[in-house]
Design a protein around this ligand. Sequence first.
Ligand SMILES: *Cc1c(COP(=O)(O)O)cnc(C)c1O
Length: 484
Amino acid sequence: MFVRPAPAADGTTHVPVGGVEDLHGADGTDDQGRNRDIRCRYAATMDAQIPPTGRPHDQILREMDALANAEASWEDGRTWSLVYHAGDVHTTFLKAAHGLFFSENALNPMAFPALRRFEAEVVRMTASMLNGDAQVAGTMTSGGTESLLVAVKTYRDWAQATKGISEPEMVLPVTAHAAFDKAAAYFGVRQVRVPLGDDLRADPEAMEAAITPNTILIVGSAPDYPFGQVDPIEELASIAAEHGVGMHVDACLGGFLVPWAERLGVPVGVWDFRLPGVTSMSADVHKYGFGAKGASTVLYRTPQLRRFQFHVTSDWPGGIYASPSMAGTRPGGPIAAAWATMQAIGQDGYLAMTGQILDTSRRLIDGIEEVGGLEILGNPKLSVFAFRGVDVDTYAVGDALETRGWHVDRQIKPASLHFMVTPAHAGVVERFLHDLGDAVDDVRAHPELASTGQAAMYGMMTTLPDDGTLDEIVLQTLDGLYSL
Ligand SMILES: *Cc1c(COP(=O)(O)O)cnc(C)c1O
């Protein structure tokens, strides 16, 4: 959950202008003692106009540099989501690769043969990493969400063309990414969300029971975002094959991690194109591939299936318009940087980074279990996990961590704190566990912390009826974020 409306003293929801409270503690400070002054600099103004005369570059860059330096300190491993950092040297390299193709536009690959080659090779390298054969075909997209959107659109059009299904449905575990919800809303596909098994993974039997003649697609995640577990993909893929429906494995998060984890002996089962029932996959280069943001891949078992992703307009006065994905103009930078990151890191690099990430995750999970009073949800074996308080208020622990300079993500079903481990966290394990122990002691000594700060607001949100009240609150927050 990234949206954090702040509760006001009168109990109404107040919307932080520019989202500063999102990045800093509720009191406006963070661990570096950066203070409220920063908030003024973030405040967008209604008076904003294009300046009547252009300003000097160095002045603008100085202003922006100050703003960037005041952002959440993700380089020090203080945040647990949103930024995947593989070190300053790598970042500098990515910027250089990105910059070389900064102005190119992959909307027309024929105009930019280098981009065409990069995209085709990124798709090929990813397919090969995911054990796809030579038939596997795909495209790059701007991110995991776009990959999932186009996959759902592809299956909708495939099912319409090949089976005449006009009221399509997809069956997915409740943990499947929210982008599927978005796809359902955008493309008129009915989604059937199925409860999890006791292990908090997809329940194949229940999913099979939800399949109808209108089902076009079932979904599994590798791993899922909320709890970081790989769904029972083998069972799901056999069910899909048996019923003749599509099966998408959402490896947006794990596509560039699970292959190496598997080689390192983590028991994840067979989870990719080795299973004949798996007809498509998505893997984000901008997550554990450590590419620049704006880079994901979507892969299909065959080019015939991919065909349903493409869009062609051939009777437009503007010319014959052929578009592989949702975007029109497609920036060259992320594609170039995706290719560059894979060349630079190499298989040995991904293996070593995954080893380090898994080791850091193991130390964190073991340490959290030793703190006492906390429970890890499910049995996460990779780098993403969530925990909740057993005899302490979960959200109050979250607030107590924020007070100690950690930016944590809250989940609401169930109430839990969510963590995504990257190389930036290797050096902060001891400090985090120490602060977590203190935070839990603090909340034990002061149970009233559960009714203040963000804890109060999140506590309230978990008790709202399922009648759209929470959606309305979040919509108001969005309105506020995009207003002045
Ligand atoms: C991050 C994520 C997505 C969406 O990717 P974006 O790049 O944020 O659009 C989809 N699925 C899973 C499992 C994810 O973790």
